[in-house]
Write a protein that binds this ligand. Structure first.
Ligand code: FAD
Length: 1007
């Protein structure tokens, strides 16, 4: 008989992205209540609502949260202020942040609205605060009035308020403080599960710090074992690379760490529960928990626990797995059933990755249904000790109905939430309730705090609805089963499947779930395999004469093919591109293999490459259909004016090696759909993927004389550009080559006669891309985005970050974290899924970068190990004294870093602009006005705020620079296609045949 844990794992895999109605159907059956039960549950829940409301009206913070909900501008402003304020070290930026956030709200409208005097006085504080930080006459008067206290007063008041908010959600700054607080009257009868705050570790030292904190906490809780407390552990805090791609490294390391912690906990007789995190980590976490549960040293210990998320489609089999694991290892596993804390992030991520369906439910009521059905499973399971974590009175009332007289389970709530729900049950009815109690300093609480505030503020959340005076109790207690039955279990209509994200314009490109281990292994096997396809790339090599001959023949053919291709309807040309997109998806594995082997792309980059190419084809097809139809223009009566967008002739498309498929096909598909014939020259380093793509295009119906591949190096490029018969050029590459092309285009000026026409030249070139970081930014997020932007693709993207400009007040801390994060980078074979940074493209690039890097050795802040063999350039952090000291683009994983002074943001942007390049810029700041100011001042094509600077998405982030970085128009944007077109207008005098018949036959109109 198959092991029950294995059967459950199979079911987990099957349900991962299954259609929502299919997953919900069996859950609905088990979550349903018969009518008598439903009446009892509702009665009980109504009583709880009353108790909850009474409790909530007691706390001023509860009232504060009710007054400032997240659906008000003021609520959002306070949330952003709370998230950032406590980490800002310098007064100047703190004041700007306050001014920014208080400036956003209409605080006066909240005056005197709350039932709580404290909330009303806090509102007064905000009204005065806003006035103080604004620049009005009123503010000056007020400032004079308050005199010397002025802004420091506001800063102190806001700081105090934010700290108080922190205390609401955090049990103590240290574990001892937290244990002590649990002894207070307000917590009488409750136990706690302590969690050491700090979200995911970014560096090994961070992970070590968290590990030590957990050890300390277990010791302290163990010393008070009689009080029944336990510990909650986040695996992402224990390892900086807790990722599926790093499975081989992180899983054994985490098993080892959890084993140490669990053994300590077991010896001290306390429980330890592993928190549930993002859905992509579920299977890894089960592997870890499974291994730890099987350790002989922990035999017979009932304290091992795990959290399971009901919003996940895999919740039910995960519970079955826990039960089977308990049976196999002869213990009860403590399962904490939660609904799940990462819903919004998960939805976004699935859309970005273009995956077939969501791993979680899209309607709140579906999560409730899943919760109830899974709770029922848990109550019936023999090897699970159930812990129900919820603040929802209806959920609690239903569980009490099902549990009947049993007390062999517990409820759990978060510290600072659900007050009033459990007190009577705990103190008068013998139920056990545990408080999840975060422990940590203010700096660590922010990410956690934001999640809690979001939870309190979301429209769909129970605690939010409880506070909403517009909702009746009937509405709040509506049966989730009935809600889901009413919609047939279907997905939420506002959350389209990722494939339909751009509907109706076009389908989104399909992704691969690289966080699915078997799928990742399959892909890794494919990209490492031998290339079966042998391209028939002919190239004239480096002989200028041969190149000229070949180029001439290509232009001859493309000219010959022009009339027929241009004569086809745009619909027909667009359909060819759409077929090409489908073929690219059909052959995605092969294309990824060539991208990895020829262009040295990592697996994730290779996938992104194919997806972008697909998106380009579909996007330009759609834009062509929508934008190239003839336009009838207005004019005087008696004439007809029509504007037509037509192909210009032969376009030469010159693509780079760093996006050998995406940019290659982006240029080609734009030129084709507009009716041009195309000679496509790939980079000499990457002819194979280009040849494959051209083969697919021909297979999709593009005639062979409408798209001609001209492989070769600079001589071939020069020969094509020199041909005076070509009608346009699309080029992506270095600024120096772009300038050479521009010179060639006017080189015949001195000759007799008119010479060649001036033709469109669309150039995308390089950049000295800077990211500016101020002291309100979240260092963990900055570091992650810096590592991605500077080192992913070995820094070989035009958009890559070259210059990090840190506000000096936070430079040391950010650099320390960045250096630690660099230590965790894996440099190696791009076909290995674990690799973050592969080799650079060729020997020439390698030697240039290494020589420059060596020359900068005295300024290295950090560098990392690479394999001895191969064209690897170690990711390196190079300090430079000033922005002006970087004047050249170094196309590799070399990141320069310098600082700027608070208050000099505009000047800093001006200095960055002064390089003359204008491709990408990044800004990390929580101050909206800073983002607005940079948006106005930055002369770049693409500005990225609070995110990484790479990975522009076709149609969402049109890409391309200005100044030394390119001519525009932007690739993947709405203005790209017209540049490839000749605009022709025909004006016809419709009266010339003898009179204005239309005018004369106008109907009479009555007035
Ligand atoms: C003791 C304790 C421990 C916790 N540990 C974890 C943990 O380890 N991991 C973790 O992820 N969370 C954890 N949480 C957080 C928990 O996920 C949230 O507090 C919980 O989801 C809130 O549920 P509720 O029943 O209190 O409120 P409700 O208002 O009834 O439910 C809100 C929840 O519904 C879900 N939801 C909201 N909108 C939608 C939608 N459109 N479609 C589908 N679902 C939706 C979300 O999960 C949301 O959090 C823990 C909570 C507690 C109380």
């Amino acid at each position: 008989m198959a092991d029950a844990t294995a059967t459950a794992r199979d079911a987990i895999r099957r349900l991962h992205r299954a259609p929502e109605p299919d997953v919900l159907a069996p859950l609905l059956r088990d979550a349903a209540l018969d009518s008598d039960s439903r009446i009892r549950v509702e009665t009980r829940a109504r009583a709880m609502l009353a108790e909850l409301r009474a409790a909530q009206s007691r706390g001023w913070v509860n009232q504060f949260l009710q007054e400032y909900r997240l659906n008000t501008q003021e609520g959002v402003a306070l949330l952003s202020l709370a998230e950032a304020f406590l980490r800002v070290p310098d007064p100047e930026t703190a004041d700007s942040l306050i001014a920014d956030k208080l400036g956003e709200g209409d605080w006066r409208s909240h005056k005197g609205k709350s039932h709580s005097g404290l909330v009303n006085s806090a509102t007064w504080g905000l009204v005065i605060g806003r006035a103080l930080v604004s620049e009005s006459d009123e503010a000056s008067a007020l400032k004079r009035l308050i005199g010397r206290v002025g802004e420091p007063f506001v800063r102190q008041a806001v700081g105090g308020a934010m700290r108080m908010m922190g205390e609401i959600f955090v049990m103590g700054r240290t574990i001892d403080e937290a244990i002590e607080r649990m002894r207070k009257r307000e917590n009488r009868g409750f136990t706690a599960s302590f969690d050491m705050l700090g979200e995911a570790a970014r560096t090994l030292p961070d992970a070590a710090r968290y590990f030590a904190a957990y050890e300390g906490a277990i010791r302290a809780v163990g010393a008070a074992a009689g009080e029944g407390h336990s510990i909650s552990v986040k695996l992402s805090a224990l390892h900086p690379r807790y990722e599926v791609a790093q499975y081989e490294g992180c899983v054994p390391a985490l098993v080892e760490k959890v084993e140490v912690l669990a053994t300590m906990a077991a010896n001290l007789g306390i429980g330890l529960t592993i928190d549930a995190e993002e859905s992509e980590r579920l299977e890894m976490s089960l592997d870890i928990i499974g291994k730890v549960a099987g350790l002989p040293a922990l035999e017979g210990w009932d304290g091992l626990g795990m959290a399971v998320q009901a919003y996940g489609k895999r919740c039910r089999p995960t519970i079955a797995w826990a039960d089977a694991l308990g049976a196999r290892t002869g213990r009860r596993i403590a399962v904490r059933l939660v609904k799940g804390a990462y819903w919004d992030t998960e939805i976004k991520r699935t859309q970005e990755q273009g995956l077939p369906d969501y791993p979680l439910f899209t309607r709140k009521a579906a999560t409730d249904v899943s919760y109830l059905a899974c709770a029922r499973d848990m109550l019936a399971a023999r090897h699970i000790y159930p812990a129900f974590a919820t603040h929802n009175a209806l959920t609690v009332a239903t569980l009490l109905e099902w549990a009947d007289d049993s007390r062999d389970f517990e409820f759990q709530r978060l510290h600072g939430m659900g007050e009033g729900l459990y007190e009577t049950m705990v103190r008068e009815q013998g139920y056990h309730t545990r408080i999840y109690a975060p422990v940590g300093g203010h700096r660590d609480l922010l990410a956690y705090l934001v999640r809690r505030l979001l939870e309190n503020g979301a429209n769909s959340s129970f605690v939010h609805q409880l506070a909403d005076e517009n909702l009746t109790d009937d509405q709040i207690l509506a049966d989730p089963v009935a809600k889901i039955v009413a919609v047939g279990g279907t997905r939420h209509p506002s959350i389209p499947l990722p494939a339909n994200l751009f509907a109706p314009e076009r389908p989104n490109s399909e992704g691969i779930d690289l966080n699915d281990r078997p799928e990742l292994k399959r892909v890794a096997g494919i990209v490492a395999g031998k290339l079966e396809w042998q391209p028939a790339v002919t190239s004239a090599g480096d002989h200028p004469e041969a190149c000229r001959r070949e180029a001439k023949q290509a232009v001859d053919r493309a000219l010959a093919g022009f009339a027929s291709w241009a004569g086809r309807a745009v619909d027909e040309r667009a359909a060819c591109l759409e077929r090409l997109a489908d073929l690219l998806e059909r052959d995605r594995d092969t294309l990824m293999r060539i991208a990895v082997q020829e262009a040295k792309k990592t697996i994730a980059d290779a996938l992104a490459e194919v997806r972008e190419a697909v998106d380009f084809c579909r996007y330009y097809a759609a834009r062509g259909r929508a934008g190239l139809a003839p336009i009838e223009l207005p004019g005087p009566t008696g004439e007809r004016n029509v504007l037509r967008m037509e192909g210009r002739g032969v376009f030469v498309c010159i693509a780079p090696w760093n996006f050998p498929l995406a940019i290659f096909l982006g240029q080609v598909s734009a030129a084709l759909v507009t009716g041009n014939t195309v000679i496509a020259k790939p980079a000499p380093q990457t002819p194979e993927i280009a040849a494959y793509a051209v083969g697919l295009a021909h297979g999709a119906g593009v005639p062979e004389d409408a798209l001609i591949l001209a492989a070769g190096g600079p001589d071939m490029g020069a020969a094509l550009v020199e041909d005076p018969r070509i009608a346009g050029i699309a080029f992506t590459g270095s600024t120096a080559t772009a300038k050479r092309i521009a010179r060639t285009l006017v080189a015949d000026d001195a000759e007799e006669g008119p010479g060649r026409p001036i033709i469109p030249f669309i150039a995308e070139t390089g950049g000295i891309n800077a990211m500016i970081v101020d002291s309100t930014a979240l260092p963990e997020q900055v570091v992650q985005d810096v590592v991605t932007s500077a080192f992913r693709s070995a820094g070989q993207r035009c958009s890559a970050l070259r210059l990090l400009v840190l506000q000096e007040d936070v430079a040391a801390r950010t650099l320390e974290m960045l250096e630690g994060a660099m230590d965790t980078l894996v440099v190696g074979d791009p076909a290995d899924p674990a690799t973050d940074v592969g080799p650079v493209i060729d020997r020439g690039a390698h030697d240039r970068l290494m020589e420059y890097r060596a020359a900068q050795q005295n300024s290295w802040l950090k560098t990392v190990e690479t394999p001895a063999e191969g064209l690897y350039v170690p990711p390196t952090l190079i300090s430079i004294p000033a922005i002006e000291d970087l004047r050249k683009e170094w196309f590799g994983p070399l990141l320069h870093v310098t600082t700027w002074r608070a208050g000099e943001l505009a000047e800093t942007v001006r200095r960055v602009n002064a390089s003359g390049f204008g491709l990408t810029m990044g800004l990390h700041s929580r101050i909206a006005r800073a983002a607005e100011a940079v948006e106005v001042a930055a002369t770049v094509g693409n500005l990225y705020v609070n995110r990484s600077m790479i990975g522009a998405i076709v149609g969402s982030q049109p890409f391309g620079g200005e100044g030394l970085s390119g001519t525009g128009p932007k690739a993947g944007g709405p203005h790209y296609l017209p540049r490839f077109c000749a605009e022709r207008v025909t004006s016809t005098d419709t009266t010339s045949a003898g009179g204005n018949a239309t005018l004369l036959s106008l109907e009479d109109v009555s007035f």
